[in-house]
Design a binder for this molecule. Sequence first.
Ligand SMILES: [Zn+2]
Length: 270
Amino acid sequence: MLELIAIAFIIFLVLYIQQVVQQKYTDFVNQNSIALKKLLEINQRYVFYPYIDLNQTHTYDNEKFYDNISCSDYLIYQLQYLSPKVFDQVKKVDSNKQKYQNYLCEVETIQFGQFQCPIGKLKLDKLLNIEKNIVNKTVQTPVTQFNITVTLYCSKINGRIYDSKMQNFCVEEIFSFINRLKNKSGTFYNDRDIWNSLCRVERGKVSNKMRFSIYERDGYRCRRCGVSERYATLEIDHIIPISKGGKSTYENLQTLCRKCNYEKGNKRYY
Ligand SMILES: [Zn+2]
């Protein structure tokens, strides 16, 4: 037992001494490294734009919508509102990229192993290693590439997530979506695929949670014929259909029985 305690003590002592020595070297580098001083001076002259996260996430509590809506669909929908931010961020990232090249050229000229005072009993190779480590950690790594990651989750109505999908989009893909979104007549989009993506996402905005609160608001009755849920299947209807630019908002949603919804649907086409 005593032997074990002695061994533990020795291990502790060795680790402690190592730690003290390491700290001595680190302090020496921080105080005397000419490379580090030069790098800090370069860093002051290069101010990069910070990374702005435009990644998108959404949780669907309705499995049907989650299956139907792809990450591209979701991104296209969000780009209707996001594109000014995207352009701004792309410009900043490009500026970072140009500056970063010059920055790296300057950083490459840094010479290691020169110190403001004699190294005394310290070992040069150990100092060099520590100096390189500290310098590498101090080199700036600005964001020089723009992309957006879309993550969609599927949850139970109580919020418990049980599935997810993720896709990363590069700047070319994002710009292509933005250009296709520009092809517009009034409030309608001429690109069929873009329009379908937007409709799918708009439809998917009626979460189960929202659906139940609309039923509740409408007293669990059809807003056309007044039949109650006891005698008919109730559905959610977009008063102005999505295909005509209607949105999934509380004002544009109503409770209809399946029969009335079907009749309304038919009228739409004649
Ligand atoms: Zn009805």
